[in-house]
Design a protein around this ligand. Structure first.
Ligand SMILES: [Zn+2]
Length: 259
């Protein structure tokens, strides 16, 4: 399948998944209907499914309108967010498999930003994962409905995917996230190199997405609790911090909330 990011709202991305035969598509995180329907029409595609990572309005705001415009469309989302994901027709639990645009996918429960947040993983070809507002490029979502421990566990589940997996997240936050990452690990050359790459892309109005799981392991402070430079930076602000990775993660998240 081909994956096409569609900029939505102020800094969201929806992702159009296009069948290899070029006739059918699905949309991941349909925050608004009009730009999605316009892109589908422009490419002369038939929209067969919406996939929702979580119930927040800036990820599902277009579901009802698209469901009205495309009768019979499938709407996949978290079983844990039934009633909150509009127009949901296929509730999925952790590990549930499904097929869209001729490709098999798997739902992975990654709670904490919201209680029922799911990622969608596709193994075929170059693997890809749609991580919503849980894993961002060089960042993670806020802990609205879960604990730091839960978020750290959810991120660890994603880090266990193959290194080459492409990461498609819910927002264009990469540049700001990397500035924060750099503040904790100023000598991390992977972070510094990625800042340059992302600045060039953004200056050219290109998405900084996708990242990869391998890049996240090297640059994302929320999966780098074992970095001694990061630990030292966090400890400079919280002198009582031990070396428990969850505690390091929790304080890193707190620092980001106030960055
Ligand atoms: Zn959200």
């Amino acid at each position: 399948m081909e994956i096409v990011p569609i900029p939505l709202l102020s800094d969201n991305y929806g992702y159009l998944l296009i069948h290899a035969d070029g006739t059918r598509a699905a949309i991941v995180d349909c925050s608004e209907a009009a730009p999605v329907l316009a892109e589908v029409a422009r490419r002369n595609l038939k929209l067969e499914a919406i996939l929702a990572t979580h119930w927040h309005f800036d990820h599902v705001g277009g579901n009802e309108e698209v469901a009205r415009a495309v009768p019979g469309i499938r709407v996949l989302g978290s079983a844990g967010e039934e009633g909150r994901v509009p127009a949901l027709t296929e509730p999925l639990a952790d590990g549930d498999e499904f097929e869209v645009v001729g490709v098999r996918g798997r739902a992975i429960a990654i709670p904490s930003h919201t209680k029922g947040h799911v990622a969608y993983f596709f193994q075929e070809g170059t693997p890809s994962v749609f991580s919503g507002d849980t894993l961002f490029a060089a960042g993670c979502g806020r802990l609205f409905e879960g604990s730091a421990e839960q978020m750290a566990h959810s991120l660890a589940k994603l880090m266990a995917l193959p290194d080459e997996t492409r990461v498609y997240c819910g927002h264009e936050y990469t540049e700001g996230n990397l500035r924060f990452a750099h503040s904790l690990e100023p000598t991390n050359s992977d972070i510094n190199a990625k800042i340059e790459r992302v600045r060039a892309l953004r200056a050219d109005d290109q998405p900084s997405i996708p990242s990869t799981i391998a890049e996240e392991k090297l640059t994302n402070p929320f999966v780098r609790a074992s970095s001694t430079e990061l630990q030292a930076s966090v400890r400079a602000r919280y002198p009582d911090l031990g070396d428990d990775p969850i505690a390091v993660f929790a304080k890193t998240r707190e620092l980001k909330d106030n960055f």
